[in-house]
Write a protein that binds this ligand. Structure first.
Ligand code: FEO
Length: 392
């Protein structure tokens, strides 16, 4: 079945139902690789698909035109899930001109060792296809140096590649057909892939506004096409500003369950103040899901038993992952149990400070929490909740 976004604008991508890890996180709902065919006097293909899915893409194109008739292949991003089908495509569309950013052209050469003599475009450059006009907007580091957006003027469709994307495999192509899960997956995608560049997201959103380009549809390179673009544009604005809710995310690992028991009491103390809370054991949780919950949390609470005067390796690994992402405007606190010497909370706090979090007081208890210590954990949770509520 042909999927038409507007007259002469088609989705010709591929659905990857079974991918369970993509780049840096678990994709438990699979994904799609979205490519868009624009048919006017001239024909342009915006992005391609991952290697292995060339046939699926070409079949969709063949339902509309003969692929050898493609005049332009726009490479918004060189990462292989979007450019990987180019070698096979360029064999078929042998007269097509490749269009990319400057870094995109260099990257294509380094990825494929093929000289497609790509035309370099900059922000504001346009390409007329006849009754349709493409405009290009460089978007370096959203999320690679080569990234760029393509804007289809007459139909007011923004094709921003990985920005505004989400990993979800579905036969539905539009956000309103999929329901809340579309935004849920977009949140996870933003959290893990894009949030490290939050300040650039803010700049790009302002740039789009100043360019005064109306956007009726946001058509990214993974997941759903946003037919209600304000949903994703407003969400990106909120997330990239680090806007949070009355919410705390608690993560921990445990040795003999003392830190786990502490985590439970702390969580109870937080919840009893009416603050939303999420609790994750790092050992058996999907870290991408945790990062997704952190996006709109005001406080992150990290628990670890002391091991060899430091924190548990799983906790260290998670903090390394989180440090790469550096979510803005967060408070954080550490807790854990120890045997004969403290150390985990100090080590955790050092990492939290490196992430420029506002570090709250810690709680450490010796061996196993008894009645008094359990009360301390509960009160610790209550004080964290109060720090959440005090901000309003
Ligand atoms: Fe940056 Fe979807 O690849």
């Amino acid at each position: 079945m042909k999927v038409e976004l507007a007259k002469g604008v088609y989705w010709v991508g591929a659905i990857d139902w079974n991918i369970r890890f993509c780049g840096s996180y678990n994709t438990h709902r699979g994904t799609t690789y979205n490519a868009y065919l624009i048919v006017s006097d001239k024909i342009a293909l915006v992005d391609t698909v991952k290697p292995g899915f060339e046939r699926e893409m070409l079949k969709r194109i063949e339902e509309i035109i003969d692929p050898s008739e493609i005049d332009y292949v726009i490479c918004n991003h060189i990462e292989l899930d979007h450019s990987g089908a180019m070698p096979k495509l360029m064999e078929v569309a042998e007269n097509a001109e490749v269009i990319a950013s400057k870094a995109g052209k260099e990257g294509l050469m380094l990825h494929f060792q093929q000289d497609w003599d790509a035309r370099i475009v900059k922000t504001g450059d346009t390409l007329s296809l006849g009754d349709k006009t493409l405009m290009f907007i460089e978007a370096a580091m959203l999320h690679w140096p080569d990234s760029m957006f393509t804007y289809l003027k007459e139909d007011k469709i923004l094709m921003p590649n990985d920005a505004f994307a989400g990993h979800i495999a579905t036969y539905h192509r539009f956000d309103d057909e999929v329901g809340p899960v579309a935004l849920e997956e977009a949140t996870k995608y933003f959290a893990v892939i894009v949030s490290v560049y939050s300040s650039l997201v803010q700049k790009k959103l302002k740039e789009l506004k100043s360019m005064d380009i109306p956007i009726d549809m946001v058509a990214p390179a993974h997941g759903v096409i946003w037919r209600r673009p304000e949903t994703i544009l407003e969400a990106y604005d909120k997330w990239s500003r680090g806007e949070s809710r009355h919410k705390v995310t608690v993560v921990f690992d445990t040795m003999w369950r003392s830190t786990e028991i502490m985590a439970g009491e702390i969580t109870r103390g937080i919840a009893d103040k009416g603050v939303e809370v999420r609790l994750f054991n790092l050992r058996n949780s999907d870290w991408g899901e945790i990062i997704k919950e952190i996006v709109d949390s005001r406080v992150i609470v990290v628990g670890s038993p002391t091991l060899n005067m430091g924190m548990y390796p799983t906790v260290g690994g998670f903090l390394t992952f989180l440090k790469g992402i550096r979510p803005p405007n967060k408070k954080a606190a550490a807790f854990g149990s120890y045997g004969w010497g403290k150390g985990a909370a100090r080590a955790i706090n050092q990492e939290l400070k490196k992430m420029r979090f506002e570090v709250l007081p810690s709680l450490e208890i010796k061996y196993v929490p008894g009645k008094k210590e359990l009360r301390e954990c509960y009160d610790f949770g209550q004080s964290i909740a109060e720090s959440v509520l005090s901000e309003d």
